[in-house]
Design a protein around this ligand. Structure first.
Ligand code: NAG
Length: 208
């Protein structure tokens, strides 16, 4: 038993050479949408990985070498039924450890956006995010050389919204009128308006 322990410790030492940052995996790190249903047909918004940097810093001796400002977050993406791994096209700043009330109000500034395009890990291709598909993500904390310092586990699948299938929804939206009917009405109204305007103008500029 003691022998096994020694071998194990030795093995860990070999994996983590002195002076270089080690990769920390956080399989239980929770990943969720920014709010309950922050989904579009080609975009999903996620809660930033609050405190991921602090979790890494607490478990490593190297945090002083990599300040928060130098680190970035990469979002990796897997599509259900596709073996490939993709990434969000942009890198994200490391969020402050705890969200404030003000932050949760401003979706565009603080939510981490997945889509409408993804990039291959080697940057040689672009993949569109499609409606009604299931995506899983994970976050990577990287240093300034883009070395991965910490990785979360893969999230559960989040589904993009479906596209509307037909235009009956539009009819409902316009109160049951067909689109052609609306166009005819609009044109008639415009013609009537122009006639009235011309009549008005004729009255005003009529020579005495
Ligand atoms: C980049 O990745 C894609 C998909 O993973 C692969 O098909 C392609 O061959 C890779 N290109 C290079 C230059 O490695």
């Amino acid at each position: 038993m003691k022998g096994v322990m020694v071998v194990l410790l030795f093995g860990v030492d070999l994996l983590v050479p002195f002076g270089s940052p080690s990769l920390l995996t956080l399989d239980d790190y929770p990943i969720s949408l920014y709010y309950r249903d922050s989904r579009f047909s080609t975009v999903l918004w996620f809660r930033p990985p609050y405190c991921l940097y602090e979790l890494w810093a607490a478990k490593t001796l190297h945090s002083s070498q990599i300040p928060r400002q130098a680190a970035t977050i990469q979002m990796q993406v897997k599509l259900s039924g596709d073996n490939g791994v993709y990434k969000a096209t942009q890198r994200f700043p490391v969020p402050m450890c705890s969200p404030t009330g003000a932050q949760s109000l401003a979706l565009g500034d603080h939510a981490y956006e997945m889509g409408p395009a993804l990039a291959c890990l080697n940057d040689t291709c672009i993949k569109a995010v499609l409606p009604g598909r299931r995506y899983s993500i994970r976050f990577l904390l990287c240093n300034q050389d883009l070395t991965v310092l910490a990785a979360t586990g893969w999230s559960r699948h989040f589904r993009t919204r479906d596209m509307p299938h037909d235009f009956r929804t539009m009819d409902v939206y316009f109160g049951g009128h067909s689109t052609e009917m609306l166009v005819v009405t609009a044109l008639t109204s415009a013609a009537a308006f122009l006639l009235l305007g011309a009549a008005g103008l004729a009255l005003v500029v009529r020579p005495p």
